[in-house]
Ligand binder design. Structure first.
Ligand SMILES: [Fe+2]
Length: 372
């Protein structure tokens, strides 16, 4: 006769609970560094920093709501004429220079050091687990950068600080140590995708037309250092906005130029999270929340997105199925203009009027009141 297992009493009720461990959280506490959270940050340039021994300068660790814990941002400032502590780590790091100028040394083997220079607006990636050191080459101005890393995911997987920060493995398939590694123009692929390891200035890099996303927008997708993470830059015209869409967590949208706001909302939730921005702001749309970026200023708005997943090496969990520029009605993740909540465009027109700017979306939005 079969035993009815469902009737066995819970013998575990009096036992010690299994501890719940967040290895990333533990690491963060042990670093003793300033931490920042929230939906968005108004200005990375003004972010208050504290001492960060590992970096040999001042810094802060940023964990915005929309990362869902998959990635984070390290904001670091190097003193005039100073240098960071040499580091290596088994997590990817994309570096965007907020201010100042300097150089970086990168190496696997001590006798093969690559070195390159950067300025405000430069973007590059440290090859996985390469040794590196940052130098501020100005004697009078601090240099500040914001780096998006996948350390939270990596530490959660391996939960060993030694493995992540003191690992001798060299990923020579990602970085050969060649001197021109950070010098190349990169290689452009179909789909506005640029494979490169260094961009001198994200403010002025050439963008390409992206019709499907609307708003007369332009864009370039960026794949750095054979990373699993990726980046892109998008720009859209004054008095316009691109279509709402959604995807996985961890896309850090850093405003480079322009004035405007972003709306974030959960499907079916009539309340929006509104983030007003100017250059230096960063917003991370939470996983599968719809989001939309609005230009209410007199000039083009441009942003840099540093994402959890790249295009070449995909991390499937970070994608919303069906394509982020295909209508939700066709199984995609984008809301076409005619399917948008009409209150969104009304809000956009009010914000434009408040800035003395005009809407340029006549013919795109059925209920647009503009003549342009
Ligand atoms: Fe997005």
């Amino acid at each position: 006769m079969a035993t009815d297992l469902s009737s066995v009493p819970d013998m575990t009720a009096s036992l010690e609970p299994l501890p719940r461990i967040d290895a990333y959280e533990q690491w963060q506490q042990s670093e003793g560094v300033t931490t920042v959270s929230g939906f968005y940050i108004e200005d990375l340039n003004a972010l208050e920093l504290g001492p960060w021994k590992r970096k040999g300068g001042r810094g802060a660790i940023v964990n915005l709501e929309g990362t869902g814990g998959v990635n984070d941002m390290h904001v670091v400032e190097i003193a005039p004429g100073g240098a960071s502590e040499p580091e290596r780590h088994i997590y990817e790091e994309m570096v965007y220079v907020l201010s100042g100028r300097g150089s970086t040394q990168v190496w696997y083997a001590d006798n093969r050091k690559s070195s390159f220079e950067w300025n405000q607006g430069s973007l590059f990636a440290i090859p996985l687990n390469a040794n590196y050191r940052m130098f501020n080459t100005s004697g009078s101005q601090p240099a500040r950068y914001a780096a998006v890393t996948n350390l939270p995911s990596v530490l959660s997987l391996f939960h060993s600080i030694d493995f992540v920060f003191s690992n001798p493995f060299a990923f020579t398939d990602r970085f050969s140590g060649a001197n021109e590694y950070f010098a190349g123009e990169g290689r452009l692929h179909r789909g506005r995708t640029l494979e490169t390891n260094f961009i001198a200035d994200v403010h002025s890099i050439q963008l390409h037309e992206w019709k499907e996303r609307g708003g007369g927008g332009t864009n370039v997708m960026i794949e750095l250092a054979q990373n699993s993470m990726g980046a892109h830059i998008s720009q859209f015209k004054p008095g316009t906005y691109k279509k709402a869409h959604r995807h996985g967590p961890g896309a850090h949208v850093i405003i480079l130029d322009g004035l405007g706001f972003s709306l974030l909302w959960r499907e079916g939730d009539p309340s929006w999270q509104k983030c007003d921005w100017t250059p230096g702001a960063v917003v991370v749309p939470p996983e599968n929340w719809f989001h939309e970026h609005f230009n209410t200023g007199p000039a083009p708005a441009r942003y840099l997105a540093l994402r959890f997943t790249g295009l070449h090496y995909r991390q499937r969990a970070a994608f919303q199925g069906g394509g982020t520029d295909v209508s939700v009605k066709l199984g995609g993740a984008q809301i076409e203009y005619e399917d948008e909540d009409p209150r969104i465009h009304a809000m956009f027109e009010r914000e434009l009027a408040a800035h003395g700017a005009v809407c340029r979306m006549k013919g795109l939005i059925p209920w647009c009141t503009s003549e342009r």
